[in-house]
Write a protein that binds this ligand. Structure first.
Ligand code: ACO
Length: 323
């Protein structure tokens, strides 16, 4: 049985680090409020002119270096973003050109904060069906470009960054001992599209728009739906919470992360947490967290890892893999 195995990982964060105190110069807020409600202490913002593809290319190069590969060893790029450089072409093709990759195919996936999980599931399906042998799966965002700086309930929560993971086809036995992706679960429910959305777009207002969020409503859905999708992948693979070595959750908010862990009966020492340093980087948050965790020795070959995310749509899902 063909499995999509992790071959390499890397990330890039823009140089500018913005601590919570920065917001107090123009908003009625405080470090204490932001930390207590979200767990966020700082985030990175892209420099003027720095685009999502710029961040993605740097993360992709780091992943290629980690894997000992060059761009032309890759068959496909799947890039998850809600903040593309342009309306079209896909940011993935800009990354393809930026890496000097002259073969294969590249496209974007848009599932907001769940984008990386959706991209991983797509990459897994393409590898299992034989369409590609090596896929660069990227999550890259510049959410600072869509903030309403007068809305203290949202602009303090997000950051910019990129992470990239290389998946490679490998033969497995078809058991949960195989390395690679073991189960995926994707969901969306467009009835809830209004509670987290950007107020502009090509065919509606011809403007970029700003992020708007009914925070309490999103929170209300998050823990239940994240627990449900995490249980779904565990059930599909026939494993239990005790078997899980590491959880890499979407890094939106420490209260959602701890609430979901508690609901699943998973101790916090199994949970990778980077939200304090990155804020919510939407589709980039999971590969960023994975890359940091790997560098710190928290993610090691052979570990059973589950990753889960929820975001605008609502869209949510999970992937279970053996690292
Ligand atoms: N500083 C100080 N006060 C603030 C701030 C701020 N930055 N933002 C809001 N407040 C105020 C509000 O105005 C409100 O004041 P009021 O009571 O006088 O009206 C008070 O704080 C409480 O506001 P709430 O919105 O009720 O605060 P809550 O405890 O719900 O926390 C938060 C807000 C952090 C947004 C929370 O609802 C949340 O975490 N929601 C989930 C959001 C999230 O993580 N989304 C991302 C997941 S999906 C994705 O990744 C895209």
């Amino acid at each position: 049985m063909i499995r999509a195995q992790v071959r390499g990982i890397g990330h890039y964060l823009p140089e500018r680090v913005v601590p919570n105190d920065w917001f107090t110069s123009f908003l009625d807020t405080s470090n204490e409020w932001i930390v207590s409600r979200s767990g966020i202490e700082r985030r990175h913002f892209a420099a003027e002119g720095q685009t999502t593809s710029d961040l993605a290319i740097r993360a992709a190069r780091a992943a290629l270096d980690d894997a000992g590969l060059v761009a032309d060893d890759i068959d496909s790029i799947i890039l998850a973003t809600s903040t593309p450089d342009l309306t079209f072409p896909a940011t993935a093709t800009i990354v393809q050109a930026g890496l000097g990759m002259t073969r294969g195919f590249a496209f974007d996936v848009q599932a907001v904060c769940a984008g990386f999980v959706f991209a991983l599931a797509n990459a897994n399906a393409m590898i299992q069906s034989g369409q590609a042998k090596r896929i660069l799966v990227i999550g890259a965002e510049t959410f600072s470009r869509i903030m309403n700086w007068e809305d203290r309930g949202t602009c303090v929560l997000f950051g910019d960054g990129a992470g990239a993971l290389i998946l490679e086809a490998a033969e497995g036995d078809g058991t949960v001992e195989d390395r690679g992706i073991l189960a995926t679960d994707l969901n969306s429910d467009g009835r809830y599209r209004d509670i987290l959305q950007v107020s502009g777009g090509v065919s509606s207002s011809q403007t970029t728009g700003h992020l708007m969020m009914a925070g309490k409503e999103v929170f209300r859905h998050a823990v239940d739906k994240l627990a449900q999708t995490t249980l779904a992948v565990m059930e599909k693979a026939g494993v239990t919470a005790e078997d899980i070595d590491r959880v890499v959750p979407h890094q939106a908010n420490i209260r959602i992360i701890t609430g979901t862990a508690r609901k699943l009966g998973l101790p916090m020492d199994k949970i990778v947490v980077t939200v304090q340093d990155h804020g919510n980087t939407s589709a980039a948050s999971i590969p960023l967290a994975m890359s940091v965790a790997k560098a710190e020795g928290q993610l090691r070959p052979g570990q059973l890892v589950v990753t889960e995310a929820i975001g605008g749509g609502l869209a949510w899902g999970a992937v279970l893999l053996r690292w």
